[in-house]
Unconditional design. Structure first.
Length: 285
């Protein structure tokens, strides 16, 4: 059975943008959309309730309004909704595990209004074993025709990350741009003469490794044009720069859990907070 695309709602403009993006993605995938709202949101959620009004009726009315807007935009699209009583983190995690994809709203760095993407959203995005897409309200009404940009590391198993990127590019009839960023070693900052030597010696070899990594994906998706870019510096900054010309950015997240629980890496964290376009966080081993 085809799984739904689940959207976490919290009544904000970012969540509405996430729902609109999810509806368009559902049409590309041939699936439906399931809207969810997790109760017991805590102090971060920006919910405006009329005095004396309980949370659940407000949530149901908000979801019904969102579902109606999606059906009006996309006649024939199946949209369902559900209030989750188990709390934001466990509720969204459980809903995500039953879905193809979880879609959440995302804010710029520094905002605390609403739980998507606040501490709850980050916890959920770092803990589920399904891909999570974070969507900003900025430019949500447009349909960029840029490439799918994917951050990849030739030293790690990234088949799930590349597979997601190529599938999305194929659905959108666009290109894939793989970005690999080699960080400078600590000693490179000790003298300016060492930096250009490092660039010249490492970049061509890394570029060949990336091209080898792409060979089976180009064979599997012959209609998807795929390019590679190798840079030296900050992976987060480079990916955010490429995001300005992209339709979607795809980054990986390791599924291994530390003693402090699931988390996302520093690169994914930077991209999630600063990318102007939707970001897909794809788990891998």
């Amino acid at each position: 059975m085809t799984r739904s695309i689940v959207v976490g709602l919290d009544g904000t403009e970012q969540a509405k943008a996430a729902a609109r993006w999810a509806a368009e993605e559902a049409l590309l995938r041939g699936t439906d959309v399931h809207l969810v709202y997790a109760t017991e949101p805590g102090p971060e959620v920006a919910v405006s309730l009329v005095e004396g009004e309980s949370e659940e009726p407000w949530a149901r009315e908000m979801m019904a309004r969102t579902a109606g807007e999606l059906r009006e935009r996309h006649p024939g699209l199946s949209v369902t909704s559900q209030v989750l009583a188990s709390g934001p983190v466990p509720g969204l995690v459980d809903a995500a595990e039953e879905s193809e994809l979880l879609v959440l709203g995302s804010r710029a760095l520094g905002s605390v209004a609403g739980y998507l993407l606040g501490s709850v959203g980050l916890t959920v995005a770092g803990g589920v074993e399904r891909p999570v897409v974070l969507v900003r309200a900025v430019g949500a009404g447009s349909t960029p025709q840029g490439p799918v940009v994917v951050g990849a590391d030739v030293r790690q198993p990234v088949d799930s990350v590349l597979g997601f990127a190529f599938e999305e590019a194929a659905r959108r009839h666009t290109q894939v741009l793989v970005v690999y960023v080699q960080q400078l070693p600590l000693h490179a900052g000790m003298g300016p003469a060492m930096v250009p030597d490092f660039r010249l010696s490492m970049v061509p070899e890394i570029k060949r490794s990336v091209e080898v990594m792409l060979e089976p994906w180009r064979a599997k998706y012959p209609d998807v044009e795929a390019g590679a870019r190798v840079a030296v510096g900050s992976a987060g900054l480079e990916l955010v720069a490429e995001a300005r010309k992209a339709t979607l950015v795809v980054v990986g997240r390791r599924t291994r859990r530390s003693t402090l629980g699931a988390h996302i890496g520093s690169v994914a964290h930077a991209v999630l907070h600063h990318s102007p376009v939707p970001v897909a966080l794809v788990p891998h081993d």
